[in-house]
Design a protein around this ligand. Structure first.
Ligand code: LHQ
Length: 258
């Protein structure tokens, strides 16, 4: 249900249930979580690329085994605690960049898993659908937080309450994602970006990610202190040393991520 491959420092994770638009099953949740644990624990992984197999990115929770007529009502809070939230926290806390290539429709929790990645590229034909309200649910997988931070309350409320699809180019215009790219170019462009990041000063990139997260809750004064502490750590890294020497020697740097 989830494929992965480590190549050039990039752990490429592919959601792989194309006949169901990669909707999440329990098996898939467990597999995806294991991939992000690997990304956290394996020093050979310096960046992650997340994408979907087939014509969709992810249609959210698989509703096939949730038929209330079959007595399959469940505590959805427990589903979130057991399956979604640990993975979302791993992604957010991962000290390595996560690139997402949204290759097709991203609906419900599938949309919000994409938006939880650090740099999101989407095929121009892809759409984001906050599908939850169609079935009486509320946004989850971090969406109520992410959408509000990224596009503001007005757009977040309209998207979540209407479940209207948002095309990739509009998502990019609104600042919800980094870029909408031609369908044919998506995977190459996303892979090139992930490989570039993986070959970069990943220790500093991890600190940068954390700084930007912290800015959401800090005031300016507290954030200046956080920048000082992070810059102190970055300034003590091998990558900083290499970056400066390479600059002075007018050559390309060779970063180790340490
Ligand atoms: C699916 C699904 C799907 C099963 C397409 N399940 N089969 C969290 C906690 C716990 C529980 C509940 O939920 C959550 C969070 C959530 O994610 S709630 C939101 C769940 N997702 C949705 O409501 C989206 C449902 N899907 C759709 O609205 C459409 O499929 C979209 C708009 C994504 C794509 O539409 P189309 O491009 O027209 O494709 P399609 O509808 O024909 O789908 C292709 C196949 O995939 C189809 O099966 P079939 O046997 O007819 O080929 C769908 O039934 C199946 N599929 N999503 N979530």
């Amino acid at each position: 249900t989830v494929l992965s491959r480590l190549d050039a420092g990039v752990l490429c994770i592919t959601l792989n249930r194309p006949d169901r638009l990669n909707a999440f099953t329990e098996e898939m949740h467990i597999a995806l979580r294991a991939e992000f644990e690997r990304a956290r624990d394996d020093d050979a992984v310096r960046a992650v690329l997340l994408t979907g197999a087939g014509r969709g990115f992810c249609a959210g929770q698989d509703l096939g085994d949730r038929d209330p007529r079959k007595g399959e009502a469940r505590d959805l809070g427990q589903t979130l605690d057991m399956f979604y939230n640990p993975t979302l926290r791993l992604m957010r806390d991962l000290k390595k960049p996560i690139v997402c290539a949204v290759n097709g429709v991203a609906a419900g929790a599938g949309a919000n898993v994409a938006l939880a990645c650090d740099i999101v590229l989407a095929a121009k034909s892809a759409k984001f659908i906050q599908a939850f309200s169609k079935i009486g649910l509320v946004p989850d997988a971090g969406g109520s937080w992410t959408l509000t931070r990224m596009i503001g309350e007005a757009r977040a409320k309209a998207l979540t309450m209407t479940a209207e699809p948002l095309m990739a180019e509009t998502a990019a215009d609104w600042g919800l994602i980094w870029k909408a790219v031609d369908d044919d170019a998506l995977i190459d462009e996303a892979t090139a970006l992930a490989e570039k990041l993986a070959a970069g000063p990943t220790f500093g990139l991890g600190l940068t990610k954390q700084l930007i997260h912290d800015a959401a809750t800090n005031d300016f004064d507290a954030q200046l202190d956080r920048e000082r502490d992070s810059q102190r750590a970055a300034g003590a890294s091998d990558d900083y040393k290499e970056g400066v020497i390479a600059f002075l020697e007018k050559r390309a740097p060779s970063f180790s991520g340490r």
